[in-house]
Design a protein around this ligand. Structure first.
Ligand code: NDP
Length: 496
């Protein structure tokens, strides 16, 4: 499978560039609203077939899709590296994490989404309930460019395992990866278009949301999520939104500082900082601040960004991101911040790792998503202040805590959807862990049990097992029954 397989089938096309070489590596159709609508129509027809398959039959197909990805990892990783500019080794890691996730949803969907019994109540022992999870129908997935395999697949395979069909619009920067995934799935499921691709810029995403899909899964910026939500509101289409963050990493005085420095460097810099759960703010107990900063600096000094595949960081995938990173660094310096290491030093879309200190809380580098290989580091007198500073953000995606005895308590006081303790990216590594945030980081979850339920609607079925002891829902209710109800309510609920 190659990128060129998706030859243009509309008049308008767009080119995809390799961020390392600036070469054109693919040309894709700019699908029209009519074509997007037609794809959703095909997906709806396919949904009738796909939803009727058993969980086991869908799992079998997801497993075969996973097997194909696993056998073709080299080819897929090369494509990811070419479209994003990330090192091929990082592309392999991304794919490995995605494989674990696909395997998890296929295996656990029957347990999570299979029919469940619900408990009877004291007032209604004659009623017995079940909950059945039905697919929505067609799910529209709008994907980002930073992790073009792992991130969209998080929504896609949960939606598929739940019995939905999917129309997928990858970022205009990474349509080749999207095409590869869709082609691979079509080889495993040739009967019907269960997973389809539409390509183009943002307006194609809007067309997808307007095309009659039953649910939208979006990953990208908060600003675009708001636009997508406004379009969803026109038809009351439900949406899950994963919008990035301003993740904090907290280091307590009893933390393993070597591990914390190693984790912080990787968490802040991996994928050139273009990770929604990338560390952007580091908050350190004042007693260990100097030691930690020295260790962090030593770690970061060894990391270099460049256009060749043997540097640990590639160039920025989104060309305009360089300007965002530069503006955040400039703003931090203007407000009294200092560069402890690195500096904007951007060249040909490459940004070198940068550590900023003494940056005020209201600076862009502490408030807005930088999405680059930079980090701010500050000291705090205690962990109460660390929690306060970490929570001083409109975002609430993920956080990291390096600590000893207090680690879990600190973690649970953070206003985020995810916290990794004494590790970075742990919540993304564990397929059973729900992924998502609060506030400007979005809402809803992908991955794990919550991620599976996100793509299903709960239907309650409650049946009468035997005649009611208290016949309440009838106009033939007697005064005696009403009196007895009043007595029972007081006895059962009125004691406290
Ligand atoms: P966007 O939010 O603009 O794009 C994300 C996805 O939405 C892409 O597929 C994009 O398509 C699509 N899209 C854009 N506009 C619309 C629209 N009006 N309706 C429907 N879909 C739309 O992110 P950018 O790629 O422009 O990146 C900007 C910033 O967003 C980054 O600097 C970063 O801060 C953040 N971001 C966060 C990510 C995360 O993982 N949470 C991932 C990516 C970005 P297309 O690419 O074709 O325009």
């Amino acid at each position: 499978m190659t990128a060129t397989q998706h030859a243009p089938d509309t008049e308008e096309t767009f080119d995809v560039f390799n961020p390392r070489t600036q070469e054109v590596i693919g040309t894709y159709p700019m699908h029209t609203p009519a074509q997007v609508q037609a794809a959703t129509g095909r997906a709806r027809a396919a949904a009738a077939w796909w939803a009727e398959l058993t969980f086991k039959e869908r799992r079998d197909r997801l497993d075969r899709f996973n097997g194909m990805m696993a056998r073709s990892t080299d080819e897929l990783a090369d494509l990811v590296a070419a479209e994003t500019g990330k090192p091929t080794a990082d592309a392999h890691l991304e794919i490995a994490l995605a494989l674990g996730h696909v395997a998890w949803v296929g295996k656990h969907a029957p347990r999570v989404l299979g029919r469940h019994r619900t408990a009877s109540s004291l007032l209604s022992p004659h009623l017995s309930g079940t909950v059945t999870y039905h697919p929505y129908g067609v799910v529209g997935v709008i994907g980002p460019w930073n992790f073009p395999v792992f991130t969209p697949l998080g929504a896609i395979v949960s939606a598929l395992a739940a019995g939905n069909t999917v129309v997928f619009k990858p970022s205009e920067l990474t349509p080749g990866v999207g095409a590869w995934l869709v082609d691979a799935f079509a080889q495993v499921v040739p009967e019907h278009p269960v997973l389809q691709l539409v390509t183009g810029r943002g307006e194609v995403g809007t067309a997808l949301v307007r095309s009659g899909v039953d649910k939208v899964a979006f990953t990208g910026s908060t600003a675009t999520a708001k636009k997508v939500r406004a379009v969803c509101a026109e038809s009351l289409t439900p949406m899950v939104a994963e919008c990035g963050g301003k993740d904090a990493l907290i280091v307590d005085e009893d933390a393993d500082l070597d591990a914390a420095a190693e984790g912080a460097a990787w968490g802040a810099l991996m994928n050139a900082g273009q990770a929604c759960i990338g560390t952007e703010r580091i908050i350190v107990h004042e007693r260990v601040y100097a030691d930690f900063l020295a260790k962090l600096t030593a770690e970061v000094e060894r990391v270099h960004a460049g256009a060749s595949d043997d540097t640990q960081l590639g160039p920025m995938t989104l060309p305009s991101q360089v300007g965002v990173v530069e503006s955040h660094v400039a703003d931090a310096l203007e407000r009294g911040g200092h560069i402890a290491l690195g500096g904007p030093a951007t060249k040909d879309g490459v940004v070198q790792p940068t550590i900023l200190t003494d940056v005020p809380h209201d600076a862009l580098a502490n408030q807005e998503e930088t999405f680059g290989p930079t980090m701010t580091v500050e000291s705090v007198p205690d962990m109460d202040e660390a929690v306060r500073v970490a929570n001083d953000s409109k975002y609430g995606l993920a956080a990291v805590v390096y600590a000893g005895a207090q680690a879990r308590q600190i973690a649970e006081r953070l206003r985020t959807g995810m916290v990794s303790v004494n590790a970075v990216f742990a919540t993304a590594e564990l397929p059973s862990s729900p992924f998502g945030g609060i506030g400007d980081s979005g809402f809803g979850r992908v991955h794990g049990e919550d991620g599976l339920r996100e793509f299903a609607t709960a239907q309650a079925v409650v049946a009468k097992r035997f005649p009611a002891l208290l016949a309440l829902t009838t106009f033939n209710r007697t005064k005696g029954t009403e009196k007895l109800l009043g007595t029972i309510v007081k006895v059962v609920y009125g004691r406290r």
